[in-house]
Write a protein that binds this ligand. Structure first.
Ligand code: ATP
Ligand code: MG
Length: 360
């Protein structure tokens, strides 16, 4: 009701308007004849003009006042809505956090429950294969070999999922230490020695001296190397070549690979200046990756091979996990490849001791 009532300014303006109309009418009709003098006529006209200006100003003032009030009302309404939505978002975030925590706990428990029998399967098949329980024939050897490989694959998948859930929950911490990068690369390559020899693949490394002592989470760097090397071996046909290189680069002058990072490169490690980082590459002469497929790498459960003609084993978690582990160290990972031209995966790690030991 109150909103409909005319404001004081509007009422004054209306009264003034009426008075002016009456005045103009009478000054023209009644006084006009009597006033002979032109000077008085000019004065009357001036007064009429001033009256109109005053009237218009009053009207404008009243309109501005009205729109100010309307704006205040809209702002008040917006403020209330923003507060309401923020409260709802906070509520949803708390719920999501608690659901995520429950999911992580579930995965951790599940992994433990699955790993215990799996370790028994792996351990016993290994022992039977080695002949400690007596001699076995060729067919048994083949089946036991299958049980062992499947068990190991399943164990590695469970470990990957557990690791991922920890990263997502923000509870995967770094345990950095000083170690020799050369020794780590040597021992990691050693894991694959038998496999590469069987396929006639040459596995070599070229590590520049300055990179030898590193400060990082050795176990996680090994995991990154294992993931990249197992891919290189898996996707390189017999007789191919795999080369691991490590060198120190001044930040902002990396081979360019880091700038074409597939996926979303982390921001850490940036900043330029005189900072240096270690760049580790795994290059192979394998089947390569088509340019259009590059953006799909480093995402969870992404395999480029069609599921209908699946030739290679795996679940598509390796590179996703690798990227997360590199980023956890403040580094970046990238790939350079073309179809049938091999692939080079490069990751960089800052050399400065920027991370603290975070677990107990
Ligand atoms: N060196 C490589 N050469 C060619 N393609 C590759 C190479 N590395 C990865 N890829 C492609 O990227 C996909 C994703 O790799 P990723 O390591 O994440 O999964 P995966 O090896 O298939 O399975 P997982 O590592 O979980 O056992 C692979 O399936 C393959 O298509
Ligand atoms: Mg892989």
């Amino acid at each position: 009701m109150r909103g409909r009532r005319l404001s004081v300014a509007t009422r004054v303006a209306l009264v003034y308007f009426l008075v002016s109309i009456l005045y103009i009418y009478f000054s023209d009709r009644v006084l006009g004849a009597a006033i002979e003098d032109a000077k008085i006529l000019v004065l009357v006209e001036t007064y009429k003009g001033t009256g109109f200006v005053a009237l218009t100003s009053l009207l404008i003032y009243s309109l501005i006042k009205k729109s100010q009030k309307e704006n205040e009302r809209i702002l008040g309404e917006l403020d209330r809505k923003v507060k309401e939505r923020t409260a709802k978002l906070e509520e949803a975030m708390l719920l999501a956090e608690s659901t995520n925590r429950t999911k992580s706990e579930f995965i951790a428990n599940m992994s433990h429950e699955l790993r215990t029998p799996l370790n028994a399967i792996i351990g016993f098949s290994e022992a039977m294969l080695s002949g400690v329980y007596g001699p076995i024939n060729e067919r048994h050897r083949e089946y036991l070999g299958d049980i062992l490989t499947s068990g190991e694959n399943l164990l590695s998948l469970i470990n990957d999922i557990l690791e991922l859930s920890k990263i997502e929950a923000g509870s995967l911490n770094l345990d950095p230490d000083d170690f020799s990068l050369k020794e780590l690369i040597k021992s990691t390559a050693g894991i694959f020695r038998e496999k590469v020899a069987k396929h006639g693949v040459r596995l070599e490394y070229d590590i520049s001296d300055g990179t030898d002592v590193m400060y990082a989470d050795q176990r996680k760097i090994k995991q990154i190397l294992v993931n990249l090397l197992s891919n290189a071996i898996k996707f390189t046909p017999d007789g191919g070549h795999i080369l691991i290189t490590a060198r120190t680069v001044a930040e902002g002058r990396s081979g360019g690979a880091a700038k074409r990072a597939a996926g979303k490169p982390g921001e850490a490690g940036g900043g330029g200046g005189a900072k240096t980082s270690v760049e580790i590459s795994v290059r192979d002469t394998g089947i390569g990756i088509a340019r259009d497929d590059l953006p799909r790498l480093f995402q969870a459960f992404q395999q480029l091979e069609s599921p209908y003609q699946k030739k290679y084993s795996g679940t598509g978690l390796g590179l996703f996990l690798t990227r997360k582990l590199v980023e956890l160290h403040g580094g970046q990972i990238s790939v350079e490849s073309e179809k049938d031209q091999g692939a080079t995966f490069t990751f960089s790690l800052p050399t400065e001791r920027s991370y603290e030991r975070t677990n107990g």
